[in-house]
Design a protein around this ligand. Structure first.
Ligand code: GLU
Length: 267
């Protein structure tokens, strides 16, 4: 008999570096393992929401552009193409395990507006009730414009988006699959003795300084946005774990409460 579930609803966020290779091609190995693990968790009784980045990166490759575009309209075009391809691949992979996925694209405005947020909440509820795994991304073809004009509040990164989605759909656990093992007490690239922090109860200014201070791995690891996401999640009573997406099997240990990556306690 299965053990009683410690969590009921889990949001998993996966980053572009986990979904694509350095050449820009899809990392089918990681995508397959992700689809299998999430399908399995679904079968174990958990409700799953996937927040997936990758639209711009995948679109860049599909359009055979030499590099990730910098011009806004090209970035938005790449996102539109990449999102389509990404969903096609997810649909195929999840279907192999007899799971149905749905696409939800949203902007910061959608989450901020009480009416739109309520509709979103209801849509998530309905999809989960139907046994579907929603796949969420920021609506990049729309929201990047907001970033540039600065007129509207935007999310801009999927770490923050995933915490907002976790809050919106009443999740109890948020897992961020990244290209780093978790939060370290120093930059592991320059400090070989840096230790992984397994548990964080409070996000202190010291912790923020460690993640975002000069000379740390802010630029590549994106730890600052992860700490912001953690704060949002913790405030909403949601546990959050950062772990390396190269080892999808870790997801099983995380839902069992084992010490994998960095776990942020719910307040
Ligand atoms: N929404 C972007 C994309 O799908 C990624 C944003 C992020 O990586 O945080 O390409």
């Amino acid at each position: 008999m299965n053990k009683p579930c410690r969590y009921r609803r889990i949001v998993v966020k996966v980053g572009t570096s986990t979904l694509t290779r350095e050449t820009g091609s899809l990392n089918l190995h990681n995508m397959e393992h992700l689809a299998r693990a999430l399908s399995d968790l679904k079968g174990m009784g958990y409700e799953i929401v996937l927040v997936s980045s990758g639209a711009i990166g995948i679109g860049t490759k599909k359009l055979c552009l030499a590099e990730r575009p910098t011009e806004l309209r090209m970035k938005q075009a790449a996102a539109a193409v990449g999102q389509c391809m990404m969903m096609h691949v997810y649909d195929k992979l999840f279907a192999e395990y007899n799971r149905t996925v749905a696409q939800i694209l949203l902007t910061g405005e959608d989450v901020d507006s009480p009416i739109r947020a309520e509709h979103l909440h209801n849509t998530f509820e309905a999809l989960l009730e139907l046994g579907v795994i929603p796949v969420v991304n920021e609506n990049d073809s729309v929201s990047s414009a907001e970033i540039e004009t600065g007129k509207c509040k935007v999310l801009g990164d999927n770490d923050t988006l995933s915490a907002m989605v976790a809050r919106l759909c009443g999740a109890d656990l948020l897992i961020l699959l990244s290209d780093i093992d978790g939060l370290y007490d120093a930059d592991p690239r320059t400090h070989p003795g840096a230790k992984l922090i397994h548990r964080v109860e409070t996000i202190t200014p010291q912790l923020r300084a460690m993640a975002g201070g000069t000379g740390t791995w802010r630029g590549t690891g994106g730890m600052v946005t992860k700490l912001n996401a953690a704060q949002l999640a913790m405030d909403a009573g949601i546990e959050m774990v950062i772990t390396n997406g190269e080892n999808m099997e870790a997801i099983y240990d995380i839902v069992e409460g084992k010490d994998v990556g960095t776990r942020f306690a719910a307040l």
